[in-house]
Design a binder for this molecule. Structure first.
Ligand code: FES
Ligand SMILES: [Fe+2]
Length: 425
């Protein structure tokens, strides 16, 4: 349970809010590289409550700029992207990717007035098929985060983004919830899946340790990137299943996976306080990712704005017959199941009314870290830095081992992820 004030602090991410300004101190995935063509159609992208437009100019450079033209406010999304700039359709003012006004044809002279016009723009970096941005003060820009999957070849990865209709925090809490898989994602019988694929679109096998083991024993460790959440369940007669989730501050996760299964990385970027850009990178450690099998498993069907066609409006396609015979929810697609659980809470869940149990321990730790950091940030402290040496080798990996062993013996944290020692210790 949170106080009303803490729930607001956790969920409000607009400019000028402590959480929103703290989030602006980290690199954010904004859109996929393939969404923009040179001199092609611009894309609208709302991030942290700000309406922005992205375009790729004649030379291939990407601009991420304010959607509103600084003249009288017409949307630049409707503008003309050609000859190294985007031109407003209303009076023809033209802007380059840096936000400079390069032409002002509605004025008799082209001089000081034009030079004084500056459009809000954010720096971008294209890495691993994603256009990333940094929306904070220039002098505070952190090093670019080097996640493990960025080092894998392109054919080993699948990148998706989807508009999730709830606040970022409740979307992310779902990822730190080991136990939900045993219900929400449970298929009633064994599923036939390709090697490395966790589930079918119906859900996860009843015998997979993620499903077989409610309730698991859970622990949470402090690390130099955020939190490592550990769960211990029954594997076989003599072995336990040891699982982990990584929470990377402030809005990235690696959900639990076992050796041999394709990995998954998520980012939960507030679109605004009532919706989230949920990013999925599926990756295989070796070889080529099976794009079709992963798409089917997740079951998302999106329109051109990355909104789901299977949504609350059509009750997520829930089939009550399927619920009796096929899976726990009667909903197809692992991602649809997650979205149905988190969106039906309302876009910002009232955390003053919740009743948390032991299964919610990782969520409690994540919230505490976010709130502590946001409060310290509000008091003038810099937020926690991310350590690229850790990020380069970090991903989730589960294993089976002797059930006489503790998780500390069977599945200890690697030394390099230990929290930084405070000065003087
Ligand atoms: S509103 Fe854009 S040029 Fe006038
Ligand atoms: Fe899930």
């Amino acid at each position: 349970m949170l106080s009303k004030e803490d729930n607001q602090l956790l969920t409000q991410t607009g400019a000028g809010t402590p959480m929103g300004d703290m989030f602006r101190r980290y690199w954010i995935p904004a859109l996929r590289s393939e969404e923009l063509e040179s001199d092609g159609k611009p894309q609208r992208v709302r991030l942290l409550g700000e309406d922005l437009v992205a375009f790729r100019d004649t030379e291939g450079k990407v601009g991420l700029i304010d959607e509103r033209c600084p003249h009288r406010g017409t949307s630049l999304y409707y503008g003309i992207n050609a000859d190294c700039g985007i031109r407003c359709m209303y009076h023809g003012w033209k802007f380059d990717t840096e936000g400079n006004c390069t032409e002002i044809p509605s004025e008799p002279t082209d001089g000081k007035f034009r030079q004084s016009i500056k459009l809000k723009k954010y720096p971008v970096k294209e890495v691993s098929g994603i256009i990333w941005t940094y929306m904070g003060p220039e002098e505070k820009m952190p090093p670019f985060p080097e996640f493990y999957w960025m080092g894998l070849p392109e054919e080993s990865k699948l990148v998706e983004r989807v508009w999730q209709e709830c606040n970022y925090a409740q979307a992310m809490e779902n990822d730190l919830d080991f136990v939900h898989a045993a219900f929400l994602h449970k298929a009633h019988m064994e599923q036939s899946v390709k090697e490395g694929i966790l589930s079918s679109d119906l859900g996860i096998d009843p015998n997979h340790p993620l499903v077989k083991n409610p309730p698991v024993k859970q622990s949470v460790q402090d690390t130099n990137y955020g939190k490592r959440c550990i769960a211990v369940g029954i594997g076989t007669e003599e072995e336990n299943a040891f699982m982990e989730i990584h929470y990377i501050f402030p809005f990235y996760t690696y959900p639990p996976r076992f050796g041999g299964e394709d990995g998954m990385w998520h980012a939960f970027i507030p679109r605004d306080d009532h919706s989230t850009w949920t990013w999925d990178v599926q990756f295989t450690h070796k070889g080529t990712i099976d794009v079709q099998a992963q798409h089917e498993r997740r079951g998302l069907d999106l329109d051109e704005n990355y909104r789901k066609k299977i949504s609350m409006e059509n009750e997520y396609g829930q089939d009550r017959e399927l619920q009796k015979t096929g899976n726990f929810t009667g909903i197809r697609g692992i991602a649809n199941q997650d979205h149905a659980a988190t969106e039906t809470m309302g876009t910002i869940v009232d955390r003053t009314r919740e009743r948390l149990g032991t299964s919610d321990v990782p969520i409690i730790h994540m919230r505490r870290l976010l709130l502590t950091q946001a409060k310290a940030f509000r008091d003038g402290k810099d937020p926690m830095p991310l350590d690229n040496e850790s990020l380069q080798t970090l991903y989730s990996d589960g294993l089976y081992d002797d059930n006489k062993k503790t998780w500390q013996e069977a599945f200890p944290m690697k030394e390099q992820f230990e929290p930084r020692k405070k000065v003087g210790q």
